[in-house]
Design a protein around this ligand. Structure first.
Ligand code: HEM
Length: 212
């Protein structure tokens, strides 16, 4: 009976959720230590640290989400069913990033926030990326997928564009070393290149079929 249960249960899903949630759990613990005046690892400037930490994980999860499809195609591993969950973690970390900026950094000072969004190009790119993520998160559920049909795929292809905006924001925001955003940009270029190659192959097969 236990064997039957284990065979039917997808144990990978909770493991993936746990791994994706680990950075947030660690951050929550460190914030609790900071709040309790106990030694913590959020540096001398915890608010800045939290912004960089959540922003960094947002970019990582965006890139991991985009990597799942090519990796599944190349390795034939059945991992596409986890793409949605990983993508939602990108949104979750982006939301934490934005909330930290809005609540802890700017303390709901809307005038300053709006001025920041329109006057600092780096923040404009970050806001663009975050705003574009919202419809993707809202429509990520199966019933929306069915309801939207082909439009769902079109909408979810904007993930590439918003990741470009996110990396530009990351590049402009970084204080010390631009190496990390440059590595992110290189990974994204490879993923985009693969996508263009797949589209080209698909179009070639379609035109061959039409001639035949
Ligand atoms: C998908 C959306 C976003 C991603 C992926 C992202 C990513 C990042 C990353 C990786 C950093 C760290 C840069 C470093 O290493 O120093 C960062 C910094 C920052 N981000 Fe974002 N960001 C996003 C959206 C936003 C939004 C919407 C805002 C505010 C409206 C924002 C405000 C900031 C600020 C103020 C910093 C600098 C924090 C500091 O003082 O060090 N970001 N972001």
């Amino acid at each position: 009976m236990i064997n039957n249960f284990l065979a039917k249960t997808d144990w990978r899903r909770p493991v993936i959720h746990l791994i994706c949630a680990l950075p947030a759990i660690w951050l929550g613990h460190q914030m609790w230590l900071w709040y309790s005046f106990a030694p913590h690892q959020l540096s001398a400037n915890p608010i800045e640290y939290i912004t960089d930490f959540t922003g960094g994980w947002t970019v990582r999860f965006l890139l991991i989400t985009l990597t799942i499809t090519p990796l599944a195609k190349l390795t034939k591993w059945r991992m596409l069913k986890y793409r949605r969950a990983v993508g939602l973690y990108a949104f979750f970390y982006a939301l934490l990033h934005f909330l930290n900026y809005m609540v802890l950094d700017y303390f709901f000072d809307w005038e300053l926030i709006i001025e920041d969004i329109f006057k600092r190009p780096a923040i404009t790119f970050g806001m663009l990326a975050f705003t574009m993520l919202i419809p993707l998160a809202v429509t990520s559920f199966k019933f929306m997928m069915k309801k939207m049909g082909k439009n769902w795929q079109k909408l979810h292809q904007t993930l590439y564009t918003l990741t470009i905006f996110a990396i530009i924001h990351n590049y402009m925001m970084v204080k010390a070393d631009v190496l990390i955003p440059l590595i992110h940009a290189m990974i994204l270029s490879v993923l985009l290149g693969y996508r263009v190659y797949l589209n080209y192959k698909k179009r070639k097969i379609r035109s061959k079929n039409q001639i035949a």
